[in-house]
Design a protein around this ligand. Sequence first.
Ligand code: FAD
Length: 485
Amino acid sequence: MTETLVVVGGDAAGMSAASKAKRDDPDLEVVVFEKGEWVSYGACGLPYYVKGEIQSLESLVSVTPEEFREQRDIDLRTGHEVISVDPDERTVTAKSESETVVQSYDHLLLATGAEPVMPDIEGTEREGVYTLGSMSDGKELREYVARARDGETFSQPDRGPACQYLEDCTGPIGIVGGGYIGLEMAEALAEHEFEVHLFQRGERVLTQFSEQTSETVATHLREQDVVVHLESDVRELAGGNGGGGGDGNGGGDGEDGTGEVDSVVTDDESVSVDMVLVGTGVTPRTALAEAAGIECGETGAIATDAYCETNVGDVYAAGDCAEATHTVTGEPAYVPLALTANRHGRAVGQTVTGTPTEGGSIAGTAAVKTFDIEAARTGILDHDDARAAGFDPVTETVDAKSRAGYYPEGGTVTVTLCADRDSGRVLGASLVSEYGEGAVHRSHAIVGALEEGATVFDLENYDLAYAPPFNTTWDPVLVAAKVLS
Ligand code: FAD
């Protein structure tokens, strides 16, 4: 009898699983429920769409719904939200505008993703407060920019290297959160000549990276005229009727606090803004799983084994809704990023078609570009985290040339490398350089070391490629390993 794989969620994890399963077993019936209209989209490209480097939302889609249906023979049902899972009956119930469907499954994948976290502060419901988690969020933000820029066509977001003279800028705009989405959006919005204020609760932006990387990035943001407010605990997004900082003119606010936002209020100051983008992280979508008795781990995401299977047999979870095992600590971790979603989804596709495949661990490798700077991080950098995992961490930072000294171009790559003092095992790294000077690509060598459990002695002997336009004979990664060994 034909078996059925049911997938909930039609993006990276879900469509990777569906495509792989159908390719490996064309007889398998594959049904995908996606509550929205978009599938297989690259949310990672949204900041560049808002910036205007990418002209259409459609170009962020890798495979269209029609291609999935007609060329891959996948029963894709967009506009269908799965509202419950019954593991005893092995069914899911999905609702659309016109129907309620009960679908049985032999294998079920939950690939429901994550959604932006709204901080617990007043005023997040106000008009003019945005998040960037979905294609429709991206569309709304771009429409906002077009309106605010008086119908700008996006054909020429060209203001030179920075919004050099703040008095020429429009806005201002507040960004709450100094993570990668906040930083990418700072560039995107400044490019349209908005005055950008970035509010970060702690002492530094990019808290998952090293302190040196954070400092370099914050300095660069300031050079680009982004006003960086560090140690700024935002306590309210205020509107026309104030609540502690508004000027009383904005937005026709009602008592319910849903009028237009006009200022960001922190413990120390009130900054006037026309719009606020909140980028304070994401939370896994687990409600459907939890209601069905599927367990979540300590991270709050769905707990899975090495094959991405949950505590309920034949029910898998992959991508931003699920935990994975950390490469260095061997413990469950939650790092919601695109490659993990694709890789784990694909592994589930193979497993359910008869080739049990582990999803693989995650090293927490991430990269970001903002304005003219790039940064990457991988593994464990925080000494408390390293100690909790049983290591005795030691960290060194080196500044090294990105290309041969005599080569006409080049800059500095700053490498922060963390290792275990006794064994020399590489635990993690953070790298930063000017855009194009290779911080991100260099991080790949360190990811290799983490995957292999290599030591700094091993790493300093890695046979990395060398030629003057790319590096010095001893690449900055090798220099950092030598310093620690
Ligand atoms: P999602 O992409 O969240 O997809 C889940 C899908 O499930 C959604 O389409 C949702 O509508 C659907 N769904 C949820 N519940 C239901 C239900 N009950 N019924 C039916 N459908 C449902 N990652 C990187 O690695 N690098 C980057 O540079 C990067 N940049 C990013 C920039 C932005 C602005 C954003 C928002 C994300 C970025 N990411 C980046 C993260 C990356 O996009 C995610 O890791 C990836 O999309 C996760 O894929 P997923 O399939 O697990 O979940």
